[in-house]
Design a protein around this ligand. Sequence first.
Ligand SMILES: [Zn+2]
Length: 269
Amino acid sequence: MVFQLTPTELERYRRQIMLPGFGEAAQNRLKSSTVLVTGVGGLGGTAALYLAVAGVGKLILLRGGDLRLDDMNRQVLMTEDWVGKPRVFKAKMTLENINPDVEIQAIEQYVTPENVDALVQASDLVLDCAHNFIERDLLNTACVGWDKPMVEAAMNDMEAYLTTIVPGKTPCLSCIFPEKPNWDKRGFGVLGAVSGTLACLTALEAIKVLTGIGKPLYSQLLTMDLNSLDFAKRRPYHDPHCPVCGDKNPERNLTNLSNRNNSLLLAIP
Ligand SMILES: [Zn+2]
């Protein structure tokens, strides 16, 4: 569905509409889009902020749990008086105050086998900022099953990675990490500027996918060491026999399992 931009919206988004290749067409695509944001914390919450100010029509925010004082070094949608209350509802209030033209649905839940399919089906794109690989794998499988693109962002201490998964076209999360990195622990050290850096890139990636501008990280894994500011792009292996996306891989049957012994990530020349 395409909506008409109101005079207010044309003025609110004027500075991005004037970007080369953007225009009212890209703005309309954002307005027509629904994005599911999982894990609305330092990463997902900040990414949601930039999607809201960019004018994405509807955001579905998914996050369980109450705000803690030690969230406040990075969760920029929160205020200290909210400590002890469910984060996701404060995120909705803050975003609605910043941009009342965006529809926000707040759900105080984590990603579960019971809710994941309906949430992914209701969305045009998913931001995976979930806490652990259990939730990430659920999202990945649902996105592959429902043919929905997923921006995959994760961090640990001062390291981060980012990629965009398009079912049938790019490696999925299971291709990229058949063995999960030891990142699915809560409570690691984090600076707000680090989660915020990754969040901005995550939102930018979503905007690119939704509008068609720029070059998203399709079949590319951006790795970032924020300590040294070393950024690298790598090409992850697309497993034709992946248990999640193998049926959608056009190269299935053209390669065999022996390729699986290749190194997981091949540096892009
Ligand atoms: Zn796969």
